[in-house]
Design a protein around this ligand. Structure first.
Ligand SMILES: [Zn+2]
Length: 227
C-alpha cells in the first residue's frame, strides 16, 4: 500500500515535470486581459488541423513546435497601442545567454495595432514582389508575423554566434541608423560605410525570417480559399 502510494507520488512528480517541459519555451506570463484572448486566437491558427488531422499550416506549426521544444524560454508580449513604436509590427530579441553562448531567454513582441493598420496593397510589396498580409483576415495577419518572429528564434537557437546576433541586432541597427543619419546631416563620407554594413546585417538577419513568413502567408491564404 505504502509502495503503491509512493509509486503514485512518483508518477505525479514525473507528470508535473513533463507538464512544465511541454508548456515549454513559449511563455505567456506577461499577457493580461484582452491580450490573453487575442493570443489564444493566434495559437488556434497555429494548432489548426485539416480534415485528415494534419496541421493546416505545416510550416507555422513546425516553427512553433521547434521553438516550444527549445530550452530557451521565449516570452510573448502584446503591448497596448501606446506602449510601442508605431511602425514596427514585430520583433524577436534574445535577452539572456548562457556562459557558452546558448540562448536562454528571449522575447517576441507583436504590435497588433500596427499589424491591423499595415497596408497590404501593391505599394507594400517587398523586393521579390511578396506583399505581406495580402488577402488575410485580422488574426491571420498576426499569425503571419508570429511565423516571421518564430523563424528568427529558430535561427538564433542554431548557434552561439547567431544567438549573439539576435541579442544585439536591434541595438546595432538603431545605433548604425543613428550614425548614418548624423553622417548624412554632416554631409560626411563615413555614413556610406555604415549604411552598407547596416544593409548587409539586416539582409543576413531578415532574409531567413522573411522567407519563412512568405511560406506561412501562402499556407494561410490556401487555407482561407479552402474554407
Ligand atoms: Zn524580422
Amino acid at each position: 500500500m505504502a509502495n503503491r502510494r509512493l509509486a503514485g507520488a512518483a508518477v505525479l512528480v514525473v507528470l508535473a515535470i513533463s507538464a512544465r517541459a511541454a508548456e515549454g519555451a513559449i511563455r505567456t506570463d506577461r499577457l493580461t486581459g484582452k491580450a490573453v484572448d487575442r493570443w489564444r486566437a493566434i495559437v488556434a491558427i497555429v494548432e489548426a488541423r485539416d480534415a485528415a488531422g494534419r496541421p493546416a499550416h505545416p510550416r507555422l506549426n513546425a516553427l512553433w513546435h521547434a521553438v516550444a521544444a527549445n530550452e530557451c524560454a521565449v516570452f510573448v508580449e502584446l503591448p497596448a497601442p501606446s506602449g510601442h513604436r508605431g511602425y514596427v509590427v514585430g520583433e524577436f530579441t534574445i535577452t539572456k545567454l548562457a556562459a557558452d553562448g546558448r540562448a536562454l531567454e528571449g522575447v517576441v513582441v507583436m504590435n497588433l495595432p500596427a499589424i491591423d493598420h499595415a497596408a497590404a496593397g501593391p505599394g507594400a510589396a517587398r523586393r521579390d514582389g511578396f506583399i505581406p498580409f495580402a488577402k488575410l483576415g485580422r488574426t491571420e495577419r498576426y499569425a503571419e508575423v508570429l511565423g516571421h518572429e518564430l523563424a528568427h528564434a529558430v535561427w538564433a537557437f542554431s548557434s552561439a554566434e547567431r544567438a549573439r546576433v539576435a541579442m544585439v541586432f536591434g541595438q546595432e541597427v538603431r545605433a548604425a541608423s543613428r550614425r548614418v543619419l548624423v553622417a548624412q546631416s554632416a554631409a560626411a563620407g563615413s555614413g556610406v560605410e555604415d549604411a552598407a554594413r547596416l544593409a548587409r546585417l539586416s539582409r543576413a538577419y531578415e532574409e531567413p525570417a522573411e522567407a519563412a513568413e512568405e511560406a506561412v502567408w501562402a499556407e494561410l491564404v490556401v487555407e482561407r480559399a479552402v474554407r
